[in-house]
Ligand binder design. Structure first.
Ligand SMILES: [Zn+2]
Length: 245
């Protein structure tokens, strides 16, 4: 390689690695800005379950790209004394190492990172609530909370649409409802055993009538291996719904 070609190459490499480094920082900053701009727990919960793993993966990719490109600078003495063939080999090896690290980040993200996401979700959901009178509120159990939920809310829970939490200040009776969208919450895949199985939609196969129950089919698809499965949920008949009121 000629001197001027090498100089141009290192200029490109330098700026590209800085650019990728910055991209990683911007992705991470954007995540936290978006997260902390959400004021209520249910919005935070939905945002984290939908986005945290994704943002983490993209910023990892950006930083790995920055590192792999920067490796070219470290290999400078080698590149300068080599011919075209060696330079090609070195670049291919750098690319392979970069992709390898990217794949490792992907595996980490799918396999392990979900537990980090899960922990953040639990922190958001079960963070102690303080009532207006300054008392610590108590989270009601599933059984207790049904007494406070409307029929519509109970139906949402049964249909796996939303999850509700009820917080109670026992001294004043102040109640606080929280609604969570559990749709984006990944399940463990039966096939690859990564926690990458998410809901890809649902359909009512049989509408409930006054005489019989309906059937809801929820579709789950694994983001890692593509495996999909269906979960059937009975929808209470309209008669039994009316009888409950
Ligand atoms: Zn899978």
């Amino acid at each position: 390689m000629t001197r001027s070609m090498i100089d141009i190459w290192y200029e490109i490499v330098k700026y590209a690695s800085v650019l990728f480094l910055l991209a990683g920082v911007i992705i991470t900053a954007a995540y936290f800005i978006r997260l902390y701009s959400k004021t209520n727990s249910s919005d935070k919960y939905e945002f984290v379950s939908k986005n945290q793993a994704k943002y983490f993966l993209y910023s990892s990719f950006a930083w790995i790209a920055a590192l792999a490109i920067y490796a070219n600078i470290l290999l400078q003495p080698l590149l300068e004394t080599s011919g075209g063939f060696e330079v090609t080999v070195i670049l291919i090896v750098t690319l392979i190492v970069g992709f390898g690290m990217g794949y490792a980040a992907y595996i980490y993200d799918s396999l392990y990172y979900s537990s980090v996401v899960e922990k953040r979700l639990m922190d958001i959901r079960f963070k102690p609530r303080i009532s207006q009178s300054g008392q610590k509120m108590r989270l009601l159990s599933e059984e207790e909370e049904d007494l406070h939920l409307t029929d519509e809310m109970i139906k949402d829970e049964e249909d796996l649409k939303f999850e509700y939490d009820v917080w109670l200040d026992e001294s004043t009776g102040e109640k606080y409802f929280e609604k969570y969208n559990i749709h984006f919450h990944a399940l463990i895949c039966d096939n690859c055993e990564f926690r990458t199985l998410t809901s890809s939609g649902e359909e009512i196969v049989e509408h409930p009538t006054h005489e019989k129950e309906g059937l809801l089919l929820a579709h789950y698809k694994c983001a890692n291996c593509g495996y999909s499965r269906e979960v059937e949920t009975r929808i209470p008949s309209l008669v039994s719904d009316a009888a409950l009121v």
